[in-house]
Design a protein around this ligand. Structure first.
Ligand code: IMP
Length: 429
């Protein structure tokens, strides 16, 4: 039985929530493998709107949700999110949610460091979500992180907090920010432990069992390839690897278990936070895309920057992310526009290149090279078959397929789950 990994192919917010929800209805288990509560997925189910940050989206469909070891977990944020969705009528118990015992925890000091560092950067700030994601991953690779399993060992917690505070309080003092008291942090963790530990286990073992039973696994990526800490627009990236290969290491399965890799891309481009964005539109067209597409961040509410579809960038994301098929979303936002532009490459210092360069100076200097495409008059909103699409809209989609070198396997035409044109079922081998 094939599994599926879903990753963003641009800078995040591509509409993964709807696609993941749609695929979750065909899966048995949904696994988060990287990121943390910096992610934001909006799911519209019937008359309820769920805003999920850390919980795997399948929970909304009654599917088992797993938070893998590659995720950084803020216990307070997780428990608050559980309480929020339970108030909306969902049930979250250790039968429906499992958390990797080797997942790294985010503590209050991580958010404080994140925000203090951003403030110190001033105009050069990354535009992080301020939720402590970067500092928590730093602690993980520095081998001083507190992990979910440590909650069961008060002595380990006490010892690790000494090491953490030595490091972080020094930094916080240097940044002119408030420092943290060990006892308050320890008390907080010990109070959280009995609420979190019932969810904690070696999830790799459960996943191995599920695989042997032939269960369908959906790996739910957060953020997107261009925010990948290696492959994205560094340093304006998140602190985890967001490519599909991470689904294996971030969940505790082998690479062959990941299955079909579906990349999600909007029919145009958006970005929140700072960093290069060659096709950004700061004019009325950009504002119109933002208004029509309701482009405001799920987590922070920040307006998203908007621009034309960047095929050169998505092609790069397809290659490094391992994308085998593309789900194209929000085509309807382009309805009625006379001419559309697609970026096919860049010009950097008079030289034409087909990919976003790695060096920050070259990235900032990259100017888009456009191809103009005729728009369409009719509506694509709510279409459920190719026959319902205007001919020019189909041409636009076909041109994108050619340029990004990946087939469009799903087309989403409204926020409603069933307004989807499926070309190929990603779970089919
Ligand atoms: P961090 O992940 O909070 O460290 O933020 C680093 C960068 O990633 C910032 O530009 C954020 O705006 C961006 N980012 C993080 N999570 C998301 C997301 O879920 N969607 C879009 N951008 C994100």
């Amino acid at each position: 039985m094939a599994n599926v990994a879903v990753i963003g192919a641009q800078w995040g917010d591509e509409g993964k929530g709807k696609v993941v929800d749609w695929l979750a209805s065909r899966a048995d288990v949904v696994v988060r493998f990287q990121g943390g509560h910096n992610a934001g997925h909006t799911l519209v189910v019937g008359n309820q709107t769920y805003k999920l940050s850390l919980l795997p989206s399948g929970l909304v469909r009654g599917k088992l949700g797993i938070i893998g070891n590659g995720v950084v977990v803020d216990p307070d944020a997780l428990l608050a999110e559980i309480a929020r969705v339970q108030a909306q009528g969902l049930t979250v118990t250790p039968d429906t949610l499992r958390i990797a015992d080797n997942a790294t925890l985010i503590l209050p000091l991580h958010g404080a460091i994140d925000r203090a560092r951003e403030a110190a950067r001033g105009a050069a700030r990354i535009g992080t979500t301020g939720r402590g994601i970067g500092p928590a991953y730093e602690d993980k690779v520095a081998r001083r992180a507190i992990r979910a399993c440590d909650l069961a060992e008060p002595d380990t917690l006490s010892r690790k907090l000494d090491e953490l505070l030595l490091h972080h309080n020094t930094l916080l003092r240097g940044l002119g920010a408030e420092t943290f008291e060990k006892q308050a942090l320890l008390d907080g963790l010990l109070a959280t432990a009995p609420r979190l530990l019932p969810f904690v286990e070696p999830v790799w073992e459960r996943l191995d069992g599920l695989r042997r039973q032939g269960r369908r696994i959906l790996f739910e990526g957060a953020q997107a390839v261009m925010l990948d800490v290696d492959h994205g627009t560094y340093p304006f990236v998140t602190s985890s690897n967001t490519v599909a290969a991470t689904a294996a290491s971030g969940a505790g399965v082998g690479p062959s278990a990941v299955g079909f890799v579906l990349g999600i891309a909007k029919a145009y481009t958006t970005r929140v936070g700072s960093g290069p964005f060659p096709t950004e539109l700061t004019d009325d067209v950009g504002r119109m895309l933002g208004e029509r597409g309701h482009e405001f961040g799920t987590v922070t509410g920040r307006p998203r920057r908007c621009g034309w579809f960047d095929a050169a960038m998505v092609r790069q994301a397809v290659k490094v992310g391992g994308v085998q098929g593309l789900a194209l979303t929000k085509l309807d936002v382009l309805d009625g526009m006379q001419t559309l532009r697609i970026c096919t490459g860049y010009e950097v210092g008079g030289t034409r290149i087909g990919h976003l360069p790695a060096a920050p100076g070259a990235q900032a200097a990259a100017r888009p090279v456009y191809e103009d495409v005729e728009g369409w008059r009719g509506s694509t909103r709510g279409a459920r078959s190719w026959a319902q699409l205007p001919a020019q809209a189909i041409k636009y989609v076909r041109r994108i397929e050619e340029l990004v070198e990946a087939p469009v396997t799903l087309l989403s035409t409204s926020p409603e789950r069933d307004d989807t044109i499926m070309v190929r079922d990603p779970f089919q081998d």
